[in-house]
Design a protein around this ligand. Structure first.
Ligand code: E4P
Length: 218
């Protein structure tokens, strides 16, 4: 399972990367806007800085919605750095753009996916990643994890190569549950990944070991 961090904050990316377990980064317009960046140049520079801070895929989202504009914008984003994956919304124009990018060898992440039908068509179009939004479904009392399981079943049935990138992860248990149902990738905040480290028996066990270790020195 791959771990992506869902942020445009360079410090958080560097911190997660320093653990040696980070496989990539996802961003979206909301996350980029939180960074206080203004203008295309500043945003593009941030994508390049992110790419230089990690070794894996970095999703950068197109802001346009019409096919030809998405193509121009996606090609520009992809030219910034070889690690860039063009993030495209799940719309008819988006699917057309994903098929186009696929034919040109440009990797894509189909975002804002909330149903198995949407995931099926994204895979048909040749998306590299599909991003079902687990947390946002849970927020409206719909089982987000079940969506991930159903996509896994369909992709396995037809051996689709599109990777399931479980997005909108809100908690450590979301990560564990996604691992159980076979998501290929999770993307979430650093706090959810930090939760994987914790166990009170580890803390109390270490405390005792350190206490006893002091007895070993003459
Ligand atoms: C996915 O790539 C999105 O950036 C993200 O996971 C959305 O998460 P949110 O629902 O917490 O905004």
């Amino acid at each position: 399972m791959e771990f992506f961090i869902d942020t445009a904050d360079l410090e958080q990316i560097k911190q997660a990367s320093s653990w040696g377990i980070l496989d990539g980064v996802t961003t979206n317009p909301t996350l980029v806007s939180k960074e206080g960046l203004r203008g295309a140049k500043a945003i593009e520079q941030r994508y390049v800085d992110i790419c230089n801070s990690v070794t894996g895929a970095v999703s950068a989202e197109v802001l346009s919605t019409a096919f030809s504009d998405m193509v121009a914008e996606g090609e520009k984003l992809a030219s910034l750095h070889e690690q860039i994956v063009v993030k495209v919304p799940m719309t008819a124009d988006g699917i057309k753009a994903i098929a186009y990018f696929n034919s040109k060898g440009i990797r894509t992440n189909c975002t804002l996916v909330f149903s198995v039908g949407q995931a099926l068509i994204a895979a048909k179009a040749g998306a590299t990643y599909v991003s079902p939004f687990l947390g946002r479904l849970d927020d409206i009392a719909t089982d987000g994890l079940n969506l991930i399981s159903e996509i896994r079943l369909i992709y396995d049935n037809y051996r689709f190569r599109t990777k399931i990138l479980a997005a909108s992860i809100r908690s450590t248990m979301h990560i564990i549950n996604c691992a159980k149902v076979g998501a290929d990738v999770i993307t979430g905040p650093l706090s959810a990944m930090q939760g994987l480290l914790k166990h009170p028996l580890t803390d109390s066990g270490l405390e005792k070991f350190l206490l006893d270790a002091r007895k070993l020195t003459p």
